[in-house]
Design a protein around this ligand. Structure first.
Ligand SMILES: C[S@@+](CC[C@H](N)C(=O)[O-])C[C@H]1O[C@@H](n2cnc3c(N)ncnc32)[C@H](O)[C@@H]1O
Length: 256
């Protein structure tokens, strides 16, 4: 099965649903609200006048939020619909941004541009089969001394929901609705892979990224999994046997 083609079609469909959702709240974004959360703002730090590549940027709200606080941004995504909408958003807000429609691995094979920051977040790694190739893309796109930030959903949450924690050569192929409140039960095929923490860290280390910090969070900024409960001022938590499940982790690295 051509997993790139299948996932691309799914994300093209999802983008149209997401644009009309309260989850993404495009109206508030157009009025000036940032889509970035406390976690990534703290993890990434000052991006003013720095070049930033945002991998798997979806329809660009986070990319353009980084631009609003001074970054010179490039966003990349597999979905042609998402990139089309990102370009439209940038245009209507008169924000200078470059968007590329490509598979992250293919992009890495021909990219020659290097950035001060490479950033990627929330629901990105499961779509990729090979994290060594992903980490090579990250490393190749960073200037020497450049900063890498990943903010990702924690694989422990997948484990408690019955998915594999450890990497598997066989993808999960499922019919799923999307995660926004307006999904209306419409399903598409999703092809995903589990990636353990050690797999992610080792892929980065092997590709010349020195890990500076690794943080885990018991809260998700998004209400996008079953069983989450809101916690005032924090986001959403998931309890198992009255204990908090880690929901998000963040890696900060530097290109050697
Ligand atoms: C869950 S979204 C990322 C979430 C993002 N932080 C946001 O704005 O909500 C995952 C994104 O990965 C993209 N994607 C999936 N497979 C990809 C691939 N092989 N190369 C590049 N982008 C990919 C999808 O099109 C989608 O936009």
């Amino acid at each position: 099965m051509d997993y790139i083609a299948v996932n691309k079609e799914t994300w093209n469909k999802r983008t149209k649903v997401h644009l009309k959702s309260k989850f993404y709240d495009v109206e508030k974004f157009l009025q000036g609200q940032s889509s970035l959360n406390h976690i990534e703002l703290k993890e990434v730090g000052d991006v003013n006048n720095k070049s930033l590549l945002h991998l798997q940027c979806h329809f660009g709200q986070d990319t353009l939020s980084w631009a609003r606080i001074g970054a010179e941004v490039t966003g990349l995504d597999l979905s042609s619909e998402a990139i089309h909408q990102a370009e439209k958003l940038a245009q209507s807000l008169a924000i200078n941004a470059n968007f590329i429609c490509d598979d992250v691995i293919q992009f890495g094979k021909h990219n020659r541009q290097q950035f001060d920051f490479v950033y990627t977040s929330y629901g990105v790694l499961c779509w990729l089969e090979n994290l060594d190739e992903w980490a090579a893309t990250v490393s190749g796109a960073l200037k020497q001394g450049g900063q890498f930030n990943l903010v990702e959903f924690h694989p422990f949450n997948d484990l408690v929901n019955g998915y594999s924690y450890f990497p598997s050569r066989q993808p999960d192929i499922e019919q799923e609705g999307t995660y926004t409140e307006n999904c209306d039960g419409e399903e598409s095929t999703v092809i995903t892979w589990p990636h353990s923490m050690s797999e992610v860290l080792n892929a980065l280390i092997k590709n010349g990224i020195e890990v500076e910090s690794f943080n885990e969070y018991p809260f998700s900024p998004y209400d996008c999994f079953e069983g989450l409960e809101p916690v005032e001022g924090k986001g959403f938590q998931l309890l198992r046997n009255e204990q908090q499940v880690p929901l998000v982790y963040a890696i900060k690295g530097r290109k050697l």
